[in-house]
Design a protein around this ligand. Structure first.
Ligand SMILES: Cc1cc2nc3c(=O)[nH]c(=O)nc-3n(C[C@H](O)[C@H](O)[C@H](O)COP(=O)(O)OP(=O)(O)OC[C@H]3O[C@@H](n4cnc5c(N)ncnc54)[C@H](O)[C@@H]3O)c2cc1C
Length: 495
């Protein structure tokens, strides 16, 4: 029986482990944290549960290939799906824009708000409907498809291709200008950060409106723990609180993985399912370069990365009558010298287990880009100043929420604040990135196999291989890595 060491017990590493076991390898996952899940996690504070990841999970539509994959790895096993009524309610002085799941309702509410935009609203909804034919193929990567499979695959993408051709070179901000109503313009242009393609919002709303992008009940931590359970049931060994620190390489073979606790693991194959910069610069000591990544890391203007501040608030009361996610204007407060004039909050009323009786939990996330991230890392050198700044921002968010929801005044507690430094510390995530390179207009698409020139038994897996990343990329690449290894072993892959 061939053996495999997997570094990282996030969604990609757990998936690789599950397929390794299914395909007859003896595997061990080494995870630096006390629990698996990586970025797909949640944590408890003062009797409340803070969900740190899933706002929307692609593949919640029963019967789709991605849904099947999530079930195979145990993540959606016996799990109810929560389908929020709206993706976001964007409040503006000129009116509220609801991103309803029901497209008819979205179209009629937008048209009611702005009859003069009827034609462009209708076109927008038409594109979203057209994209309903698009399904993520989670069976195998394009590089492994036969000619016949490629033809079938590309013809299934016909509608998506047409939409990309028509709108793929238009930024979201530019596209938003087609609407005359100020609330619609603002809602669309602020839906995603500057530089994003207009198609990003179209694909997102298309998946959402066909129930393919919803939320698994129980949240992110339970989702990852179900995967870990599936891995163990299949005979895999998960070693937590075990950080890989170096690789012993001789010739073109990675022989051993050494860990911070002094343990050493040998295997026929080594899969690194963690942050790609950490792999290249720390685990491989910078001796093996991957030009596709070097180029991107060296050009952050074209290939930006994002992290965030996550502020979790516990409250006494109910948000039952509020949409799950609301964006609203606030009295400006500063973060890293920039005015924050609007925030977005999301509550978890659908998860009564997240808070004590009569209470609830909400989170607010504020995106952080290049110089913001630099500022956080500089600040974190002074622990007390870092803590104070997190508290100041959290207090500002609490005040803003109390102004918007006066019924909660005096009933809100700050539970926790995570910064880009938190994500780097917890997951070794480069600059606290919560996904790979962002899908901006300027960037070139990448689909990396995870193989490194000069190393024959070493594979990278995870969200960085197919930016922008996210959970679907993590689960698919985890599977594809084992497919590659099976192919090398000349054995049929068992899915
Ligand atoms: C706040 C937030 C919200 C998000 N929301 C969504 C969402 O709504 N939908 C979505 O699809 N995606 C979302 N994502 C992205 C998603 O969580 C990630 O894309 C996905 O979890 C990445 O999985 P991964 O396995 O590739 O990497 P990771 O989750 O980073 O896993 C890598 C694992 O390796 C471990 N590790 C690192 N270095 C070592 C080492 N040297 N030795 C041992 N272990 C190591 C880490 O601790 C970690 O467990 C969100 C992320 C964040 C942070």
């Amino acid at each position: 029986m061939k053996s495999m060491v997997i570094v990282g017990g996030g969604v990609a590493g757990l998936t690789a482990g599950i397929f390794a076991q299914k395909n007859g390898f003896s595997s061990i996952i080494l995870e630096k944290n006390p629990i698996p899940g990586g970025e797909c996690t949640g944590w408890d504070r003062r009797g409340f549960h803070i969900d740190g990841c899933i706002h929307w999970l692609m593949g919640t539509d029963e019967g789709s290939p991605l849904n099947e994959l999530w079930k195979t790895v145990g993540a959606l096993e016996n799990t109810e799906i929560f389908h929020p009524e709206s993706f976001l309610s964007f409040e503006h002085e000129a009116g509220t824009v609801h991103f309803y799941r029901d497209l008819e309702r979205l179209q009629s509410s937008w048209t009611q708000l702005s009859p003069e935009d009827e034609a462009v609203i209708s076109e927008f909804c038409g594109v979203i409907r057209q994209l309903h034919s698009f399904t993520i193929d989670a069976e195998k990567p394009v590089r492994m498809m036969s000619i016949r499979e490629k033809i079938r695959y590309f013809s299934s993408m016909k509608d998506a291709g047409m939409v990309m051709k028509r709108y793929g070179k238009i930024s979201l901000r530019e596209y938003a200008q087609r609407f005359t109503h100020p609330a619609l313009r603002a809602a669309l242009s602020e839906f995603l950060p500057d530089g994003y393609r207009s198609t990003s919002v179209m694909f997102a709303l298309s998946a959402f409106s066909k129930h393919a992008a919803s939320m698994p009940m129980g949240g992110s931590r339970a989702f990852s723990l179900r995967m870990a359970e599936r891995y163990r049931e299949l005979g895999g060994t998960l070693k937590t609180s075990c950080e890989a620190v170096s690789l012993d390489i001789s010739g073109s073979t990675v022989r051993k993985v050494s860990c911070s606790d002094g343990s050493i693991y040998e295997a026929d194959y080594v899969v690194a399912a963690c942050d790609v910069s950490h792999i290249i610069n720390k685990l491989l000591g910078g001796r093996y370069r991957i030009p596709e990544f070097d180029k991107r890391f060296a050009d952050p203007d074209t290939y930006p990365l994002a992290s965030e501040i996550l502020i979790a608030l516990g409250y006494q009361g109910s948000m039952e009558n509020y949409p799950r996610s609301i964006s609203f204007a606030v009295d400006p407060f500063t973060v890293n010298g920039k005015d924050i004039e609007r925030i977005k909050i999301a509550h978890f009323h659908h998860e009564p287990g997240y808070a004590p009786e009569g209470h609830g939990v909400m989170i607010c996330d504020i995106n952080q880009f290049s110089d913001d991230v630099d500022a956080w890392f500089a600040l974190a050198k002074d622990k007390s100043a870092y803590r104070k700044e997190k508290q100041r921002i959290a207090d500002a968010v609490r005040t803003a929420v109390e102004t918007r929801l006066p019924e909660l005044k005096g009933k809100i507690t700050v539970l926790d604040t995570a910064s880009p430094v938190t994500y780097q510390r917890y997951c070794n995530a480069y600059r606290g990135s919560f996904m790979g390179f962002w899908p901006t207009l300027k960037r070139k698409q990448m689909d990396h196999s995870g193989k490194i020139k000069g190393l024959k038994n070493f594979y990278i897996s995870g969200q960085w291989l197919q930016p922008p990343g996210g959970l679907p990329t993590a689960v698919m690449t985890g599977k594809y890595t084992v497919m590659d290894i099976c192919r090398k072993e000349k054995q049929r892959f068992i899915s």
